[in-house]
Write a protein that binds this ligand. Structure first.
Ligand code: G16
Length: 545
């Protein structure tokens, strides 16, 4: 298929809302689904250009708004190794998305071709998938129209979790190389994870049933399909919130974001002491665990706790395998609980880096370690093994049975963990592997450290773009004077910490706070939220305690 600017103009999909400004944010374009048709068309063109630029490598496009409510939707591009779109291209995405006429779109397209020196005669290969949102079929048509107009070879993989699409892209681009990642099919993905899990838990007693809340999203059918690859003696899973066709149910009072933000189990989940629970988000790229303590209180095991568990286990294996020259590190964001950072640095003695929100930032930082564990507190994360770490694990000759076992376990983890992006199914298997190996209950896992009480709040403002930050989002640069006011508030609370940043996926400003006690944390959160509302152009009701 050939590339033609004329075809791009002739098939132009106009904007539904003239004054809407689109931005390629934390996880691509996200907004109310009604205004995304034109954006999908442009993303089709961009994916084609990206593939042509990279000599025809397969690029992925995922249509999802993940944790957002059902009426939203979004789209993001996946680069050849399964990672997020290279950041320098985000500006091109934004430019194309905001082109309001066929002529300006053709001009913006030509500019990208010229500045990236793209040979438009190169072939282009693009695959795509989507989640369960009712708006997806219509948006897929617009995406297909953009891909066709720009002349890409395409394959529609249909309903997928986001991490499955990332996996498929990497498989297609590495097929037939020494780096081959797996079979580029859903079956290939299930098979790879299931085989690795069987190896990783071999010889250990199976744990009690794990209860999984699938947020009424795509994780439900995909987890069910996956589980057909493992027998009940290997894992026992009970799935809830699997109503993918019930209107309005997606992420509503359930799912990882609900549990993390509200610090409580979904109301329709009957949680009993001793049981182990986890929640996925709407596209199954995040996971958080939880349980009821012996005092009947809800206990959250979030992304920080998963990072701590994974880092501890990997460090032990690396030591037992006698390959402790490998540098293990953890990457977090400002949302990481202060106690978790303290545990990693002081108890495990692991280097910790702090970067801006968004897995794209964490992923790149994690690549700097031999084994980079990265998790956002919201449960989005994975573990990366560098090529040299993979080689060391594969080629080290064991001198003792214990060393041999540790090397085998590490090798199984490299297969079990989706190294392209955070993946709820794969992360769930990682946690289950560790708990099974240790024969731990969630309480035992939770004993590593005690979280400082913390709270997340949202403030709606007239224009969230006036909130700019520095120092990995820990300090505000603008609005002027607001950071000084926050500092003055925080200083009044023991172990107080708070920061404010504009969300890249929702139309709101986020406020995070932690302090020594629950009461202090709640007060600190609302004081800061009120300052944001007052100085940052708050709209609607002023936040109240
Ligand atoms: C996305 C990103 C995450 C980010 C989250 C919230 O998650 O992939 O990295 O933490 O949004 O971002 P923000 O605070 O900017 O709204 P998801 O699961 O919605 O794709």
């Amino acid at each position: 298929m050939s590339f033609s600017l004329q075809a791009i103009q002739d098939n132009f999909v106009p904007h539904k809302k003239e004054d809407f400004i689109y931005t390629y944010g934390t996880a691509g374009f996200r907004s109310i689904a009604d205004v995304l048709d034109s954006v999908m068309y442009k993303v089709g063109i961009l994916a084609t250009l990206r593939s042509k630029k990279l000599g025809g490598a397969t690029i992925g496009v995922m249509i999802t708004a993940s944790h957002n409510p059902e009426q939203d939707n979004g789209v993001k591009l996946v680069d050849p190794r399964g990672e997020m779109l290279e950041q320098s291209w985000e500006a091109y995405a934004t430019k194309l998305a905001n082109s309001k006429t066929p002529e300006t779109l053709a001009q913006a397209t030509e500019e990208i071709i010229a500045s990236q020196k793209i040979n438009v005669d190169q072939p282009a290969n693009v695959i795509y998938g989507f989640d369960t949102r009712p708006s997806c079929p219509e948006l897929v048509k617009n995406l297909e129209s953009g891909l066709q107009a720009s002349g890409a070879e395409t394959k529609n993989y249909g309903l997928l979790t986001t991490p499955m699409l990332h996996y498929l892209v990497r498989c297609l681009n590495t097929a037939g190389t020494s780096d081959a990642y797996g079979e580029p099919t859903a079956e290939g993905y299930y098979h790879k994870l299931a085989e690795a899990y069987k190896t990783a838990v071999k010889g250990f007693t199976r744990l009690s049933t794990l209860h999984v809340d699938c947020a009424n999203g795509v994780g439900a059918p995909k987890l069910r399909e996956f589980l057909t690859h493992l027998s009940e003696d290997v894992i026992s899973v009970d799935i809830s919130n699997d109503q993918i066709t019930t209107q309005g149910a997606l992420n509503k009072n359930c799912g990882a974001d609900y549990v993390k933000t509200n610090q409580r189990a979904p109301p329709n989940v009957k949680i009993q002491p001793g049981d182990r629970f986890c929640s996925f988000d709407g596209d199954a790229d995040r996971i958080v665990y939880y349980y009821l303590g012996s005092d009947q209180t809800f206990r959250l095991l979030d992304g920080d706790k998963i990072a701590g568990l994974a880092a501890m286990f990997i460090m032990d294996l690396v030591n037992d395998a006698g390959i402790d020259s490998l540098k293990v590190g953890v990457v977090q964001t400002a949302y990481a609980n202060g106690s978790s950072t303290n545990y990693l640095e002081k108890v495990l003695k692991i280097p910790v880096s702090c970067v801006s929100t968004g897995v794209k930032h964490l992923h790149h930082e994690a690549e700097k370690y031999d084994v980079g564990v990265y998790f956002e507190a919201n449960g989005h994360g994975t573990v990366l093994f560098s090529p040299s770490a993979l080689n060391t694990i594969k080629t080290t000759e064991a001198k003792t049975p214990a060393q041999n076992r540790a090397l085998q376990q590490l090798a199984a983890l490299t297969e079990l963990i989706n190294q392209t992006v955070g993946d709820a199914i794969s992360d769930m298997l990682l946690v289950e592997t560790i708990l099974t190996n240790r024969q731990w209950s969630p309480e035992e896992w939770d004993q590593a450290y005690t979280d400082l009480p913390n709270r997340l709040a949202k403030v709606v403002v007239a224009d969230r773009s006036v909130f700019t930050t520095t120092n990995a989002e820990r300090q505000l640069v603008s609005p002027a004077g607001l950071q000084a006011e926050i500092d003055a508030i925080v200083a009044k609370y023991s172990q107080g910490r708070s920061f404010v940043r504009a969300s890249g996926t929702e139309d709101a400003v986020r406020v995070y706070a932690e302090a020594a006690t629950r009461a202090e944390t709640d007060e600190l959160t609302y004081k800061v939220a009120q300052a944001v509302y007052d100085r940052g152009g708050g709209v609607g009701a002023r936040p109240l305690m």
